[in-house]
Design a protein around this ligand. Structure first.
Ligand SMILES: Cc1ncc(C[n+]2csc(CCOP(=O)(O)OP(=O)(O)O)c2C)c(N)n1
Ligand SMILES: *[C@@H]1O[C@H](CO)[C@@H](O)[C@H](O)[C@H]1NC(C)=O
Ligand SMILES: *[C@@H]1O[C@H](CO)[C@@H](O)[C@H](O)[C@H]1NC(C)=O
Ligand SMILES: *[C@@H]1O[C@H](CO)[C@@H](O)[C@H](O)[C@H]1NC(C)=O
Ligand SMILES: *[C@@H]1O[C@H](CO)[C@@H](O)[C@H](O)[C@H]1NC(C)=O
Ligand SMILES: [Mg+2]
Length: 549
């Protein structure tokens, strides 16, 4: 291959150099006018560019890459509609507190407000989802704004930022390549960390010592502090409802009292519960009117403060504390129950979530796996089957309950951990939001194992017989999807491998074959029994309301 000639230096090269200078190694996006030159300049500098089919998935991938790596993931889009698609990723990153930067092209600065190509006030559109959103005031300010966007996304509570790049800046001719270097700012690489107020640490230790029924709740915020694995002998996730109800002192570690934790309120929690809240973001502490003992600071440092104090905490034990025994018994009961339903029925019987997940769990390796999961029942039930041993090994619909994140997350996870097995366990509805990204993965040589749990629809799914009658009468339930849609064939159509399976034996065979093809993107389309048309109810919802009007 002949040595490729670098194009004359321009704003695009200044942008690429600034990204590289700030430690960016991978870019997720879709090119078009005016950002093709940016992607090309990034590739010329050795950065990886992964071209997606929709900016939503690219932005989800960037945010997950940020969460996994600890440095912001970068998403590159065109203006107008490209930015609007990307907003989905900015919102999702904001809700999850994940670091990412979106970079988008915009119209020439002298055409603003003239009805220019894909024109939109993008800084304004992004601002409410971002910690920082800006357009450089001149070409030579590009490195400044990129450094600020990267740094702002990382520090304090992580989140998304936005940089607007007008077409005339991207194309701006730069006379001397050396000036691109001289404009650069140092790579942001500092740990800005603070400790909690020592008085509050003392008080927290007093509370923890007085506690009869303590509970530690570990959130995504603790990901970088590498806290504990699902296999800790005192992990009581499988007895979550009981633990929440009984706890008297709760140590929240990077976990917000939001909808997922029922706002910290009774009846899900005891009305006498006392919260100690470790959080990097002071505004989060005491949110929703819940009084908490504040430990504002970096989780690792604050935990060290608690552990290295002279006051020794006594470890909990089953024999000394009936609360511990009660919870561990409940965990055991719950695990036994789900195992029994997983082993239920003959090998040729129609699969259920439980029987399918049991087959999958028996065959998958236990180490070096990243799980991606989305869907309603698929995700909730999968969470109880597939344990993780290390932080940042499970990516799911998260705080936003966002459907459609799975393909972007899986691609990002495989980019970040190329030697690991990335397994997506996704509902049929969830998968449909971004199935075309199969082509992205296959083209980019990113091998994924995708298991679609197919019940012909959202939540309870749909019985094919009900489908026929309700379709004839034009009253398809809003939750229905076409029965037995061949998601496996989408993989084949894109150059991957696919299987349709309907019982344990077929599932086991397909999975074994897929695992032998570690270089390929595989889709196993797992038909399960639809769950009937019961009224919908999830643990986090309020009870039925009384009519007021
Ligand atoms: C962006 C977005 N759109 C819509 C929803 C509403 N929603 C919640 S779960 C879900 C899909 C659930 O169905 P599926 O993925 O098939 O999983 P299942 O519950 O059937 O196992 C949808 C559409 C959402 N959470 N997010
Ligand atoms: C970041 O800075 C620290 C010192 O502050 C240094 O030890 C470390 O090597 C730096 N890391 C990178 C990736 O530059
Ligand atoms: C048992 O596990 C199920 C499924 O994971 C969960 O919904 C339920 O709340 C658990 N039971 C208790 C008491 O926490
Ligand atoms: C086993 O399956 C049968 C029939 O499908 C069902 O009635 C029973 O409740 C199941 N048992 C368990 C433990 O899931
Ligand atoms: C998978 O790819 C790697 C490197 O790309 C290659 O060394 C290996 O032989 C491939 N394995 C299979 C089973 O194709
Ligand atoms: Mg479904």
């Amino acid at each position: 291959m002949s040595q490729t000639q670098l194009p004359p230096p321009s704003g695009a090269e200044l942008i690429a150099t600034s990204l590289k200078q700030q430690g960016v190694d991978t870019i997720f996006g879709i090119v078009g006018i005016p950002v093709v030159e940016i992607a090309d300049a990034c590739q010329a500098q050795g950065l990886r560019f992964i071209g997606f089919r929709n900016e939503q998935s690219a932005a989800y991938a960037a945010s997950a890459y940020g969460y996994l790596s600890g440095r912001p993931g970068v998403c590159l889009t065109v203006g107008g509609p490209g930015v609007v698609h990307g907003l989905a990723g900015l919102l999702n990153a904001q809700l999850n507190c994940w670091p990412m930067v979106m970079l988008s092209g915009s119209c020439d600065t002298d055409q603003v407000d003239m009805g220019a190509f894909q024109e939109l006030d993008q800084v304004e559109a992004c601002r409410s989802y971002c910690k920082y959103a800006a357009r450089p005031t001149s070409v030579d300010k590009i490195p400044f704004v990129i450094e600020k966007a990267i740094r702002t996304a990382m520090v304090g509570r992580p989140g998304p930022t936005y940089v607007d790049l007008p077409a005339d800046y991207i194309q701006y001719p730069i006379q001397e390549r050396s000036s691109i270097q001289s404009l650069q700012l140092p790579k942001f690489n500092s740990s800005i960390k603070s400790q909690a107020d020592p008085q509050s640490i003392q008080q927290a230790l007093d509370w923890l010592k007085q506690a009869k029924q303590p509970l530690i709740v570990i959130g995504k915020g603790a990901a970088y502090a590498r806290v504990v694995s699902d296999h800790h002998p005192l992990c009581v996730s499988a007895a979550r409802s009981k633990a929440l109800k009984e706890a008297d002192v709760v140590l929240l570690v990077g976990a917000r009292l939001n909808w997922i934790l029922h706002y910290g309120q009774s009846p899900k929690w005891s009305s006498n519960v006392r919260y100690i809240q470790i959080d990097i973001h002071p505004e989060e502490i005491g949110n929703n009117g819940v009084t908490t003992l504040p430990l504002a600071g970096d989780i690792q440092l604050v935990l060290q403060q608690l552990l290295h104090s002279k006051q020794q905490l006594v470890p909990l034990s089953r024999s000394a504390n009936p609360y511990v025994g009660g919870l561990l018994d409940k965990v055991k009961q719950n695990v036994t129950k789900s195992q029994a339903s997983g082993r239920n029925g003959s090998d040729s019987a129609v699969l259920t979530y439980q029987t399918a997940f049991t087959v999958i769990k028996d065959i998958l390796p236990t180490k070096d796996v990243v799980y991606v999961s989305e869907g309603a029942n698929t995700m909730d039930i999968a969470r109880s089957f597939f344990d993780v041993y290390e932080p940042r090994r499970r990516l799911d619909a998260g705080t936003g309950a966002t459907m459609g994140v799975g393909m972007g997350y899986a691609i990002a996870a495989q980019c970040y951990r190329p030697s690991d097995l990335v397994v997506s366990i996704v509902g049929d509805s969830a998968f449909g939001f971004s199935a075309m990204e199969l082509e992205t993965a296959i083209r980019s040589k990113i091998p994924l194992l995708i298991i679609v749990i197919n019940n012909n629809g959202i939540y309870h799914g749909l019985d094919p017989a009900d489908y026929d009658t309700s379709r004839d009468n034009n009253i398809l339930p809003s939750t229905s999807l076409s029965p037995e849609t061949r998601y496996d064939m989408i993989a084949e159509a894109c150059g991957g491998k696919g299987w349709l399976v309907k019982n344990r034996v077929e599932l086991a065979n397909a999975l074994t074959n897929a695992l032998a093809l570690r270089n390929e993107t595989c889709v196993i389309n797992v038909m399960i029994a639809p769950g009937g048309r019961k009224k919908l109810s999830f643990g986090w919802m309020n009870k039925a309301q009384k009519a007021k009007i």
